[in-house]
Write a protein that binds this ligand. Sequence first.
Ligand code: NDP
Length: 685
Amino acid sequence: MKKIQNYVNGKWTEGTGEGVPMFDAITGEVVALSDTQGLDFGEILHYGRTKGSEKLRKMTFQERGNMLKSLALYLMKKKAAFYELSYRTGATKVDSWIDIEGGFGNLFANASLRKLFPNQSYHVEGDAIDLSRGGRFMAHHIMVPKKGVAVHINAFNFPVWGMLEKCATNWMAGVPAVVKPATNTSFLTEAVVREIIASGILPEGALQLITGSARTILDTVESQDVVTFTGSATTGRLLKSHKRIIDESVPFNMEADSLNASVLGEDAIPGTPEFDLFIKEVRNEMTVKCGQKCTAIRRIIVPQNLVEDVQIALGKALSKVTIGDPRLKEVRMGALVSKDQVTEVRERVQELSKTASIVYGDLDKIETIGADAKKGAFLSPILLREDHPFTNLAVHETEAFGPVSTIMPYKNLDEAITLAQMGKGSLVSSIATYDNKVAKDYVVNAASHHGRILVINRDMAKESTGHGSPLPNLVHGGPGRAGGGEEMGGMRGIKHYLQRTAIQGSPTTLTEITGIYQQNAEYKEAEQHPFKYHWEDIKAGMSLKTHNRTLTDSDIINFANLTWDHFYAHTDTTSLDGSIFEKRTAHGYFIIAAAAGLFVYPNKGPVAANYGLEECRFLRPLYHNDTIYVRLTCKQKIDRDVASAEHPSGIVKWYVEVFDALTDEMVAFATILTMVEKKQEVFVE
Ligand code: NDP
């Protein structure tokens, strides 16, 4: 029997043991053997921290993002083979799409985040903080890649997505990964990792794979490492309290099984679109991935007068779900991951049914098409009904990780919120209502207990991604029982792998460190007009002081006529009494326009276009006959790789300070953005 291998220390390696069989969820046949015996986890983690970290941490966010994008494009071309293997985990085509292409989608989405980071290997976070009266002492936060390795201990249900949603963030941060998928579906993870390694897109050591049991993997984790865990709450708690995790203060992100609730609003009566959407959502959540989703709806909270209606409608919807060989087009639900999992789910249902009654499905009977129900890990969807959810607590405590869910009644919205929070923290909750007041009440009062809340109604239904889909740019995780962790979430996810450090010093020093011009830093007088430089030659701090301009009475009147902005302060000097203005006042936009007139270099050059304005403040009024001058200073450069072969360009942010020429007092400032061309390569034939 074929043994799958581990990719560690730069090579594919076979375990030295007999191997643990991994079973085909549909036929019960052995797919391959998993074997991790003989692996030295300490050595593997060390290899990641040294070889893997070496190159990754020096790459810029832009380079890392492009690497992720290339990898996603490469893997997309190989996807057919992954689907074939995915069927063997019991997954249908739709289930596999979520796992496989959902995983690649995560790489794409994280790749796009490169635009939100500076064009360097570390991040500069938030605004600068002035710490002194004289403006000579300040602080800024920077975030550098941790010098450790990301250890991902994953669950069986998403062998591809589970790996990539986590790795996308640590790679973006510049940190290598060691992935340990759950044993029983690791054959699919291994196939994807084989392609990743073969692509040569990642630097060596950026990804290592342990395809099976790794009970001692945490024994050598160090303080610069980050551990993530997805799986059962029991294992999660065990690993989170591992001595080494505590001794070394290793960040531990836990995402555990939670009893997610969906609420039907009182307005969503039968016949409304919201009622139908609710039924569809619950049916999907019960049957997609055979209910083996950490985000699946386990508790169906409905107004007490609608319990019968919901039960009947759900029963009907579930009866249309065909079960069997996931390769068949007509099959809507495949098998659970293994027969052991079937036994596990059965036991949980038996616990639940001590007080709740089964109102749809049978634990011992199932009809399948194209597959032998006895050989595969099949189970009918099971719908339960618990009429006393405030006293019978099993429904809030027992998770049957399969196609199982329980209906329970509520009398008013407060009760619905209380029931939802009796799950003691979940990854996601949802509510179907077309009453936005109800939606607001639910969201504001229930949010403390849920990582994400979806409001379902007719307006969003067509484009909704659904209750069960964690999205790369949204936080995924939840409080309490859900583990208290937080994954993905756009930039937030990446920041889990960066060390935030407050840097204090002079504005000039901080300009050098952050790559962003800080107010009061020394100007670097430009040798020629800054707009004459190409993108590559512009540096933060490069500065130009312009000549003076006096703002005349007729300038202000002309500007008012030109723009139709006839605000009294500019046009009616008789009405200034009692206002903050003393004389005819220049329009703020005139000051900005006049500033541009002073700093713009008129000839054709590398500055391709004005790209916008980010911040703008008028610090005090300017009156007719006041004279101004401007300081134009490069604040920051943002690289971009927009496919414009003829004129590749980057964005330059310019800090524009407007001064009163008489007193040298700053009277206005703004940050303007220009698109600046990069140098063109000259081809000589
Ligand atoms: P486990 O919690 O047992 O396993 C999850 C991961 O942890 C697997 O990779 C497993 O490896 C690993 N693991 C287990 N024990 C240790 C240990 N001592 N040291 C290091 N790694 C360890 O979950 P299962 O996959 O067995 O599923 C059991 C239940 O967990 C399900 O029935 C369901 O209730 C819940 N679950 C929740 C998920 C969620 O997303 N919230 C997802 C999947 C399951 P190995 O496979 O090699 O044992």
